[in-house]
Design a protein around this ligand. Structure first.
Ligand code: ARG
Ligand code: ZN
Length: 871
C-alpha cells in the first residue's frame, strides 16, 4: 500500500522509453522465509529518443528490499541513486551497460497476489499489469521488450517442479537437497508476461503437431488430487490450437505450452508466454464436480489465453490505455471459437445478456470509460467489461462492416506488420483500413467515447406507393468528462417481415449520421421490422413494437437471436407493468398471450431445447434494474417472482412434460446438445418448484440424490435451498457439504448458493458462513462466492431498507483493502451505483462510500473507485 497521493496517469502524456533492455537474466533463490532475486539487465539508451542524458528510472515497489546494486560490476553507493515512491533513479549512467540488482522478497506474506506469492504451498507469479515491479527494479511497461533467461533454485523435495517461460536449457543439483533449472525464452517480451512456478505438481501431458509440422509438448500442471480434472482443458487447448490455425492462420511458436492451476488468483487466468497460470476455477473440470457452465468457462478461458499468444504476446500493447487492443480482440476471438464449438446463437445470447446487464450498467455509472481510457489512477481498475466485452463488440463491428474475408486480410496484415512490436488500437484499425480501402476515422469514436448509444427507430409505410421508410436517430448520454458525443458509425442488421413471417428484405444498413432514413420499395404490406439482428452493435434499440408484433417475431424471425430478443422485450414490458401495479398496491396479473406463446414453445418438440430454455427465462433482477430509471429493488423482485409463479402454475403440466422429455438418463457429456437438454430440464424444474407444490419438491430431491453430475445436482440443490421448504433445504445443504467438503471449487458453489438465497435472514446466513471453516478470506474465489454472490445476486437482501447490507460490504472492503486491494476494489462495485436507487437507499450507500473515503491509507485501487463514485 502506498501513502503517496494517488496520481492520475494520462494517455496524452505517453513518451517512448528512454532506455531499452535487450536481455534480462534472473536468478531466484526460493526459500521458506524469503526469496532472493538477482537480476542482470543489459541496458541501452533508446536510439529513437533524442535526450541521451536522461537518468535511468526503474519502477520498484516501495516495500521491496534492495540489497545490492551494480553497474558493470561496480557497486553503487547510496549517493549514486534515489528511491522515492515506487521509483529508482540512477544518474549519470553510460550509453550501454549491465545493471545488476538483488532484491529480497517475502512471498509468503504477499496477500495482494501480485508479483511473487504462495498459493497452497507453491510459488507462483502474477505480473500483469504492474506486478513485475514487486519482483525487481525494471522499466515495467509493455513497450520495453526483452529476452528473458531465468534460473530457479529451490528445495528439491518440496519443489520438484520448477517452471518459467520458454524452454528448459539446463538443470543441476546445488547440494543440501536443492536443485535448479534454467529456462530460456527466445521471444522478446514485456515484463508483464514473465512467470515462474515452483511446487510439487502433478502433470497431464499430451502433444500437438502444428500445420507446418512443429511438435509441441502440452503440459497441464495441478495439485495431485486434481489430476483427474484436466482432460477437458487439454482437449479445449488442442481445439483452440487447431482453430487458430484454420481461422486466423496462426501457429504456436515454442516447443512447450504449459498451464498451471492455482487456487489463489485474483482474476481468471494469465497468458504468460509459454506458461499460462490459471485460476483453478477456469481449468479444472470433471462431470461430478463441475457444472455445464463451468465446462464452457474452461473451454473459453483456455482458448482465450492461448489466442493471446498472437493477440497480446507476439503483438502487444504500447501502454495500458491500449489494453483492449489485446483483450477486446482476444475476447472476440474466443467468443467466435466457442460459437464454432457449440451453438452460435446460444453463445451470442449469453454474451449479449452479460453486456446488457453488467457492461451497460458500468457505462452508465461513475466509472464509465471509453474502450481506450484516457486516464487512470490504478490500471487494475480498468480490466473491465468495457475494455473486454465492449471492446470485443467493437472488433465484431469491424468484422461485420468489412466482412469475414477482408477482416482476415486485415488481421493478417496486423500480425505481420507488427510482429514483435508494442502497438496501439489505432494501428489495429489502420490495418483494417488498408486492406478495405475504407476510412474508419469516424468508427474510431467507439474507442474514444464512453456510454451506451441509443437508437430510436420510427417507421412509415405508404400503401399507395409500396414504400417503407425507417428513420433512425442515434444519441449517446453524457459520461464522466464527456458531455457531448459525436455520432457513431455502426452496422444495423435488419430484416423486414410480412405479418405471416415471410421475409421481405434482409440486409445491413450502415449508420453514420445523427439521423438517417432508409427507404425500401415494392413492399406490398406494412412489414414488421426485425432490427439489430444478431445484436450487430452494442446499443440500446428502441422501437415501438406492439405485443402482437413481438409475438410474431418470437415465432417467425429467421434470426435466432432476434427471435429470443423479441420474447425478452415482451417479458420486460410485462414485468415493468407489474412493477407499476405492485407499487400502486394493485393486483398483478400475467398475460394470457404470453402463456399461449410459451406453451407453444414448450410443447414444440422440433425446437432446440437450448433455445427454448433461453426463450423461457425471465430477465434477471440485475437486468431489470439496469433498464429502470430508478431501481426499485422490491418491486423488481416481487414482480419477477409473481410472473415466475404465474407462468409456473399456468403451464405446470407442460413443464413436467418438458422435464421428462429432457431427462434422458444418458451418460454425462459436455457437448452443446446435452448441455441444452439439461438447461431446459433444470429450467422446467425451477418453474415446477416455483409452482410450490410438494410433489415437485420430491422431484427435486430425487434429482439431487440420483444425479451423477454437478449440473443436475447443483441445480436441484439451489432450487430447494432457495425455496420455502426450509427443512429439506437445510438437509440437502448439509448433505452437500458432507459430500464435497474436500473439493474447494464445489465448496465455492455451496457458499454462493447460500449467499444468493433471497429468503429471510440472508445477512445472518452470510455472516455465519464467513466463520465457517471452508471459508478463507485470503482466497479471492471464496470472497467472490460469499461477498460477490450476496451483493451481486441477492439484490433484495443486499439492498435491505435498513442499510445493513451496505455497512456489511463496507466493513469487508476496509478489511480486504489492507490485504488485497484488487479484490477489494472489485467487490466494491455494487455501492458505486448508489445514484440509481431511491433516496433512502442512495443516502445510505453514499454514507458508506464517504466512510471509506474518510479512512486513511486507502489503496490506489479502492481510492480511485470510491472517489470517482462520490463525485
Ligand atoms: N490478461 C489476463 C486475461 O487473460 C488478465 C490478467 C489481469 N490481471 C490483473 N491483475 N489485472 O484477460
Ligand atoms: Zn485476456
Amino acid at each position: 500500500m502506498s501513502s503517496k497521493q494517488h496520481e492520475t496517469i494520462y494517455l496524452e502524456d505517453y513518451q517512448p522509453p528512454a532506455w531499452l533492455i535487450s536481455h534480462t537474466e534472473l536468478r531466484f533463490e526460493l526459500e521458506e522465509e524469503q526469496t532472493l532475486v538477482r537480476a542482470q539487465l543489459r541496458i541501452q539508451a533508446n536510439p529513437a529518443v533524442a535526450d541521451k542524458r536522461k537518468p535511468l528510472e526503474l519502477f520498484g515497489d516501495e516495500g521491496m528490499e534492495l540489497s545490492r546494486l551494480c553497474i558493470d560490476g561496480q557497486i553503487l553507493e547510496a549517493s549514486d541513486y534515489q528511491r522515492e515512491a515506487g521509483c529508482l533513479r540512477i544518474n549519470n549512467v553510460p550509453e550501454s551497460f549491465t545493471l545488476e540488482c538483488v532484491t529480497r522478497l517475502l512471498p509468503h506474506e504477499n496477500t495482494a497476489l501480485e508479483g511473487l506469492y504462495k498459493s497452497d504451498g507453491m510459488f507462483c507469479t502474477q505480473c500483469e499489469a504492474e506486478g513485475f515491479r514487486r519482483i525487481t527494479f525494471f522499466p515495467d511497461r509493455p513497450d520495453v521488450m526483452s529476452i528473458f533467461r531465468t534460473t530457479l533454485v529451490a528445495d528439491k523435495a518440496r519443489y520438484p517442479v520448477l517452471l518459467s517461460n520458454g524452454n528448459p536449457v539446463d538443470t543441476g543439483e546445488d547440494g543440501e537437497g536443492r536443485h535448479w533449472v534454467t529456462w530460456d525464452d527466445p521471444w522478446p517480451k514485456p515484463s508483464y508476461l514473465f512467470a515462474l512456478v515452483a511446487g510439487d505438481l502433478a502433470l497431464l501431458e499430451d502433444h500437438y503437431t502444428t500445420t507446418s509440422g512443429r511438435e509441441v509438448a502440452l503440459r497441464i500442471y495441478a495439485e495431485r488430487k486434481d489430476l483427474d480434472k484436466l482432460d477437458y482443458a487439454m482437449q479445449s487447448l488442442k481445439n483452440a490450437m487447431r482453430w487458430d490455425e484454420e481461422v486466423y492462420g496462426r501457429e504456436y511458436d515454442l516447443d512447450i505450452y504449459m498451464i498451471v492451476a492455482v487456487d489463489f488468483f485474483n482474476m481468471g487466468a494469465m497468458e504468460n508466454k509459454g506458461l499460462n497460470i490459471f485460476n483453478t476455477s477456469c481449468v479444472l473440470a470433471h462431470p461430478r464436480t463441475t457444472t455445464d457452465q463451468g465446462f464452457q468457462r474452461v473451454e473459453g478461458v483456455v482458448a482465450h489465453e492461448y489466442f493471446h499468444n498472437w493477440s497480446g504476446n507476439r503483438v502487444t500493447c504500447r501502454d495500458w490505455f491500449q489494453l483492449s487492443l489485446k483483450e477486446g480482440f482476444t475476447v472476440f476471438r474466443d467468443a467466435e471459437f466457442s460459437a464454432d464449438m457449440n451453438s452460435r446463437t446460444v453463445k451470442r445470447i449469453e454474451d449479449v445478456t452479460l453486456l446488457r446487464t453488467a457492461q451497460f450498467a458500468e457505462d452508465a455509472g461513475p466509472m464509465a470509460h471509453p474502450v481506450r481510457p484516457e486516464s487512470y489512477m490504478e490500471i487494475s481498475n480498468f480490466y473491465t467489461l468495457t475494455v473486454y466485452e465492449k471492446g470485443a463488440e467493437v472488433v465484431r463491428m469491424l468484422h461485420t462492416l468489412l466482412g469475414a474475408e477482408l477482416f482476415r486480410k486485415g488481421s493478417d496484415l496486423y500480425f505481420e506488420r507488427h510482429d514483435g512490436q508494442a502497438v496501439t488500437t489505432d494501428d489495429f484499425v489502420a490495418a483494417m483500413e488498408q486492406v478495405s480501402g475504407r476510412d474508419l476515422s469516424q468508427f474510431k469514436r467507439w474507442y474514444s467515447q464512453a456510454g451506451t448509444p441509443r437508437l430510436q427507430v420510427h417507421d412509415d409505410y405508404d400503401p399507395q406507393s409500396g414504400e417503407y421508410c425507417l428513420t433512425v436517430r442515434q444519441s449517446c448520454p453524457p459520461s464522466p468528462g464527456q458531455d457531448h458525443k459525436q455520432p457513431y458509425q455502426l452496422p444495423l442488421s435488419v430484416g423486414l417481415l410480412a405479418e405471416d413471417g415471410t421475409e421481405l428484405y434482409t440486409g445491413m444498413l450502415e449508420l453514420t449520421e445523427e439521423e438517417q432514413q432508409f427507404r425500401f420499395d415494392n413492399i406490398a404490406r406494412r412489414p414488421v421490422p426485425s432490427l439489430l439482428r444478431g445484436f450487430s452493435a452494442p446499443v440500446k434499440l428502441e422501437y415501438d413494437y406492439t405485443d402482437e408484433q413481438l409475438l410474431m417475431l418470437l415465432r417467425h424471425d429467421s434470426d435466432g437471436f432476434n427471435r429470443w430478443d423479441a420474447g425478452q422485450r415482451l417479458c420486460i414490458r410485462l414485468l415493468q407493468e407489474q412493477m407499476l401495479r405492485y407499487r400502486d398496491g394493485l393486483a398483478m396479473s400475467c398475460s394470457e398471450a404470453l402463456v399461449i406463446a410459451w406453451r407453444q414453445l414448450l410443447t414444440d418438440e422440433s425446437l432446440d431445447p437450448a433455445m427454448v430454455a433461453q426463450c423461457l427465462r425471465l430477465p434477471s433482477e440485475a437486468q431489470l434494474g439496469e433498464l429502470a430509471e430508478r431501481i426499485d429493488v422490491t418491486a423488481i423482485h416481487e414482480a419477477r417472482e409473481f410472473m415466475r409463479k404465474a407462468l409456473a402454475q399456468a403451464l405446470e403440466q407442460e413443464w413436467l412434460q418438458a422435464y421428462q422429455r429432457c431427462d434422458t438418463g444418458d451418460d454425462y457429456t459436455a457437448d452443446a446438445e446435452a448441455i441444452g437438454r439439461r438447461s431446459l430440464k433444470n429450467l422446467a424444474l425451477s418453474y415446477l418448484m416455483a409452482a410450490g407444490r410438494e410433489p415437485w419438491l420430491e422431484l427435486a430431491r430425487q434429482q439431487y440424490e440420483q444425479s451423477d453430475n454437478m449440473t443436475d445436482q447443483l441445480a436441484a440443490l439451489t432450487l430447494v435451498a432457495h425455496s420455502e421448504f426450509r427443512e429439506t433445504a437445510d438437509e440437502l445443504l448439509q448433505a452437500f457439504y458432507q459430500q464435497w467438503q474436500h473439493e474447494s471449487l464445489v465448496m465455492n458453489q455451496w457458499l454462493a448458493v447460500q449467499a444468493s438465497d433471497p429468503t429471510e435472514g440472508a445477512l445472518q446466513r452470510v455472516n455465519s458462513l464467513a466463520q465457517h471453516p471452508v471459508f478463507d478470506a485470503r482466497n479471492p474465489n471464496k470472497l467472490r462466492s460469499l461477498i460477490g454472490a450476496f451483493c451481486g445476486q441477492n439484490l433484495a437482501s443486499f439492498h435491505a431498507e435498513d442499510g445493513s447490507g451496505y455497512v456489511w460490504l463496507a466493513d469487508w472492503i476496509l478489511t480486504l483493502d489492507r490485504q488485497n486491494p484488487q479484490v477489494a476494489s472489485r467487490l466494491l462495485t455494487p455501492l458505486t451505483r448508489w445514484k440509481r436507487y431511491d433516496q433512502g437507499r442512495a443516502a445510505q450507500m453514499q454514507a458508506q462510500l464517504q466512510r471509506m473515503m474518510d479512512t486513511a491509507e486507502l489503496s490506489a485501487d479502492v481510492y480511485e473507485v470510491v472517489s470517482k463514485s462520490l463525485v
